[in-house]
Write a protein that binds this ligand. Structure first.
Ligand SMILES: [Zn+2]
Ligand SMILES: [Zn+2]
Length: 144
């Protein structure tokens, strides 16, 4: 799904739920779906401030909370280092995280779901969700 389609999808879902779509909220949604780098709420706030200077960080968090409620955003919490968000792919998927520059990259592999399923069934475990983070150095930081 491209950025524009994803934005329209979110607007439709929110409209059908009766949520108000202020220009400010649409700007927050656009910033979230446009950013491939797993932004923090602070980052989204910085992006929309030039156009909406009165927007508070709390307003950004409110929109994110709403998206979480309807399962349209994935939150990656890092304890004291805060949270980053993926509004482009709201379902669990593997991430490659650079310990030097903080870059968070998406990666898809074939058979990932099979791995989860076999780990679960081997242990009689019923999966609700999962999180798979790989820590290391991104190509820029490792000089490759
Ligand atoms: Zn890096
Ligand atoms: Zn992601």
């Amino acid at each position: 799904m491209d950025t524009q389609e994803r934005l329209e999808h979110l607007q439709n879902v929110l409209r059908e739920r009766g949520n108000r779509l202020t220009p400010q909220r649409v700007a927050i949604l656009r910033a979230l779906v446009s950013d491939k780098r797993h932004p923090s709420a602070e980052r989204i706030h910085d992006v929309i401030l030039p156009d909406f200077p009165t927007t508070s960080l709390a307003t950004v968090y409110k929109t994110i909370a709403l998206l979480k409620e309807i399962g349209e955003i994935l939150e990656l919490g890092f304890g004291d280092d805060g949270s980053h968000f993926d509004c482009r792919r709201p379902y669990p998927h593997p991430h490659l995280i650079c310990t030097k520059c903080g870059a968070i990259m998406d990666s898809e592999v074939d058979n990932f779901q099979n791995l989860i399923d076999s780990l679960a069934s081997k242990n009689g475990f019923t999966v609700q969700t999962h999180r798979f983070d790989i820590f290391g150095l991104c190509p820029d930081c490792s000089g490759k």
